[in-house]
Design a protein around this ligand. Sequence first.
Ligand code: ZLM
Ligand code: CA
Ligand code: ZN
Length: 388
Amino acid sequence: MNGIVRPKGYNVSWHSNPDIEKHHFGHAHPMKPWRLTLAKGLIMSYGMHTAMDTYVSRMATREELEDFHSAEYMEYLKTAKVALPDDDNPKEFNLGSSDCPIFEGLFNYCSMYAGASIDAARKLCNEEADIAINWSGGLHHAKKAESSGFCYVNDIVLAILQLLRKHPRVLYIDIDVHHGDGVEEAFWSTDRVMTLSIHKYDGYQFFPGTGDLDRTGPDSEENPGAHHAINVPLADGIDDEQYVWLFKTIVGMCVDRFRPTAIVLQCGADSLAGDRLGRFNVQVQGHGACVAYCKSLNIPLLLVGGGGYTPRNVARAWAHETSIAIGCDANLNPIIPAHTPYRSHFRHDTIFPTLDQILGEPRPNKNPDKKIREIVASITEQLRFVNM
Ligand code: ZLM
Ligand code: CA
Ligand code: ZN
């Protein structure tokens, strides 16, 4: 079956729950949990599940959620009544907007994706996994007492808090096209977590409007979090060559200076070309190269999902990245297996649908190489202040 073998002495755990996929944010809402069904179908049709320890994730408990979130917010999230979104009268905790609607089963949905990330982090802590995966997580905008940008509970913060029980230093990396503001804010004042987000930034318009290069941590040098936030603001249309070079260069420098003992990689697939909300020209190959680079560091690695609004491309990327985690990417037949569920969704022209060919109008690249080098120079300077 496509040369899928369980790697010897190397464990990948996969955390998912089919109940998560059944939730709906509303008819026209860009966030479609159904993309997880498509990804899972692809992963399983290649037989990749046979090479991982698979777990049906449980719901996070109220106590676990309140490790980060306020009890008042969690109570409201649990009891909020389904209502039509109303942007003019945003309800408490920013709930009930068109970005963050209150839909049927909302609290269960949040508890399940959070439970999966917490379980995945624990597998790394007790060394039962070298890489742990939760494609339903990665919801990086949620705050302590506020929902934001399709995110209600911040599973990444909860997972990092688990890792910090055992690991002295955690590096958080975020390749979603949006700025990972919620995770950055949660660990703004600690030197035990370094946050690195690469994102589209135009100063004000593109959501969430934060993440400029000079936002590096608290201003006071006495604050341990100073210099531990890294932001890579980019313009539209960045391609694989620039993106992968930037990623490897900056992550390489962060690992050298910070010496993380665990890494969390948010693999938001809205940085891919052709995304409904994104602006970049990153391909499945380039996106996956970021995952491969993190794996090559041989540091316990948690992979979570995130954004991704062209479902067939999200499924392609996360299936490809699952194959990288288990080390069978080189043996995979790029032609999507005939028995893949919803295979017709992957077809975009006359040829057989493939895993790596995504559909999307290339956007003009507004990132001059000079700008890319200036970003690296600035971060090199910033990291001189980080000494572990
Ligand atoms: N309007 N419907 C990324 C989170 C991005 C804030 C502008 C809402 C949308 C978007 C919702 C069906 C992650 C903003 C947008 C229209 C205020 C955003 C519902 C279309 C629709 O058709 C839509 C009626 C909706 C939302 C577009 N929202 C596009 N961009 C961002 C949030 C989350 O990928 O980083 C991680 C999962 N919100 O720009 C507005 C300012 C609300
Ligand atoms: Ca990002
Ligand atoms: Zn995003």
